[in-house]
Design a binder for this molecule. Sequence first.
Ligand code: SF4
Length: 558
Amino acid sequence: MLHAKGPLLTIDLTDRTATRTDIDDLLSETIGGRATATHLAHDRIPFDADPFGPANRAYLSTGPLQHARMSFTGRMNMTALSPLTDGLCSSNAGGYLSRNFADTGVSVVELVGESDDLLAVHVRDDGVTFEAVPELAGALVPAVSDYAEEHHDLGPENCVAIGPAGENLVRFASVMTFDSRAFGRGGFGAVLGSKNVKLVTFEGDSRPDVDVPADAAGEIHRDAATAEDSMKRQGTAGGTEFINDNFSLPTHYFEDYEFEHAADIGGNAVEEKKYKKAACSQCAFACKLPTRDEGTGFETEGPEFETIYSFGSSQGVGDLLDVMKANELCDQYGMDTISAGVTVAAYLKREGAFGNADLAQEVTEQIARREGVGDLLAEGVHRAHDDLGVDDMTMKGMEFAAHDGRVLHGLGLQYAVSNRGGDHLYGEMMGLTYGGVIEAEGTTDKVETLIEQENYCAFRDSGIVCAFSGQYIDPEDFEALFDTDYADLLDVGAGVIERERHFNNHRGYDRADDELPYDLPGIDTALTEYYDARQWNDDGTVPEPRFDSGAAQASADD
Ligand code: SF4
């Protein structure tokens, strides 16, 4: 089976040491990316670790396809114990980092401990150096990139960085790369913030030799380059009106299912402001969205559909320029646009201020700085909803993505059992529903499909392949790329889901945490069927002993 190559590089921020460990056997079983990082995190983060404590570990990991000339592979994985969900979580970012990361010669970087000083950590193929950067305290992400260029002659494509939100431990702070691409979900910016790491750079000339089948990769690359696909023009924003008209676009903090200004902030409106093409490394599909408002000259990258929902319909904001401004604020301060936008929407509901974009942007900055009401909102909806007097529209502490499980019941079931919480990319149930493959209504007979989709997404995040590749890479393509049966790849994915679940069980998660904040037809029966099919206990836990959990069984205090 094709897999990533190169050692695990462990960087201890307390001692300022770096050690390399051969993990070839693990990589050969887990491919790379999310699967390798999840196995390591499961075994090496103590089950009782504080997400903000030194025992938490943050993993950046690449897959074997990051060595290929192939579209849909400009992606990187990040895994850690999430301060938002309090469970094991993985997030995925595009941009140009993946190739520069691979050039360092390692497959996984593990950050553990915590530094006394604000640090830049420089990972090169010939070693790791630590640089105190007190002058970057409070710096916005673009200023961190400027610093990397000025002092190290490195571009934003070599960097991961956090903004003020990460330093201030905002629970949905993102880790940014290439200024505008985010490891968004799960609050990993706050994990780096708790470790006092502002910037990590990657450079080298030691990319391991990974033999990706050239025919299979070349065919996918050609298809991506030549396909007529509206996503190439409008990105994910292109789905806005279709979803609003035919399914649901959560509006006014989930009060309504349809937004009257959807067309004003949707795909056509975004395309009108798009001023050039943009991509991730090696990707001819090029779905990214650099936009400019000609009237004001304001520029950002996006908004993507999820931001159109979180800072648009959810807040009752129907002016695209306002959504662009909020998108840029989140990128510069380093925050997940979904969680930030939904949290601000909850605040606007409390204030009776839907549609007040100026207030929304003001509060967004306050969150990043933990000023005023921003200090409460920086905790996210799950922890702040009682004080706000609004419903807790989160799953396992994570604010829901745009696709509405109250209407797309298969997705509702996916949200319910997701180890990551309210994130749409844990499976592909919404895509199957939009495409007419499964009915929107009901949960009956959907468990088998859901499990296959979860396993598929978990190995796809290990390869690593972009979530937007679905129409261009089928199971036979995956078999050719990875030189193995599709069933073996799904097994790798199943191992990820089970380890995430097992770790989270040890933090107290069980069936009660798979309950949605709304009614879903047949959910109890579907949950029982799901646990049974996964060979888990009826209370949603993984039977013991299923794994040798190694160091994780030690206490964080040991
Ligand atoms: S399809 Fe879009 S998001 Fe995915 S790798 Fe290509 S440019 Fe990046």
